[in-house]
Design a protein around this ligand. Sequence first.
Ligand code: SD4
Length: 328
Amino acid sequence: MNSRRSFIEKTFWGGLAAGTLDFWEKTAAVFDNPEKNTFPLAIATWGPNVKATAAAWEVLSKGGRALDAVEAGARIPEADPKDTSVGYGGYPDREGNVTLDACIMDEFGMAGSVSFIQNIMHPISVARRVMEKTPHVMLAGEGAYHFAISEGFPHENLLTPEAKKAWEQWLVRSEYKPIINVERHDTIGILAIDQLDRIAGACTTSGAAFKMQGRVGDSPIIGAGMFVDNEVGGAASTGLGEIVLRTLGSFLVVEEMRRGAHPQKAAETAVKRIVRKYPKQCEVAQVGFIAIDKKGRHGGFAIHPGFNYVVYQRGENKVFESASLLSK
Ligand code: SD4
């Protein structure tokens, strides 16, 4: 066994024996309080997405539909030029093109998705149109772009001067190495339950910075980047998409909840699966999941420390530091 592998296995089992189980005891007590598990509720990956959960809450608190809430939430970072992982301002691929991935799912199990779409600021809304106006689930590249234009979405340049500068700096060495949390994995996965306990989810991203042209991650793939089953709950992921794609992470989280697991425990199971299968990649790669269930309980879990998520519930918008399998 090489030393890197043995490092990760030791840390993995060490983490299991020590931190994570203790954490589970504590969070189970907090999040299982039925008085606190109320809906409506919105949850999103990453603390800076407080504005997204606030936009979702705006819809939910007025009795709106979970689907409208997650779309409204996802559109916030899509339009934010400072968010370098989503929509406008997202870091481009190796050739300098901003290419976007997004998916959405409603309470009826309907789904829509776009991948490798360019020059459209709100791929989440295009994904919704795919779901509602076509007989398909997924449109990619040029086809997705032309569909968006035919639906009235404007053609826009999404490469900001700041993102262009970062790309030019990257070109000097042209080396792609995913770095945990330093890359600002700010992809938004957002889930909501509305007052009629309908569940919906959305996920939108510019993907891995300086990726190969044409690379598509987990975010637009139903079951990988996000999954919702109205009978059970929903889950979404952020981080290195390749290891979430290979494990269909969000689907796994929802299926664990179907088998009775608390959202926190279900997210933990998916992270453990990824680390067990891809220990070497997990030394340098981050993945985090968020999850909610039908009872209004929530959870989040990551491979490494540094992941956080935001929950808007009972009128309060709160950031939670996620527990992680591996320690620093
Ligand atoms: C991807 N999962 O394309 C996305 C990246 C991500 O924050 O989460 N960035 O692999």
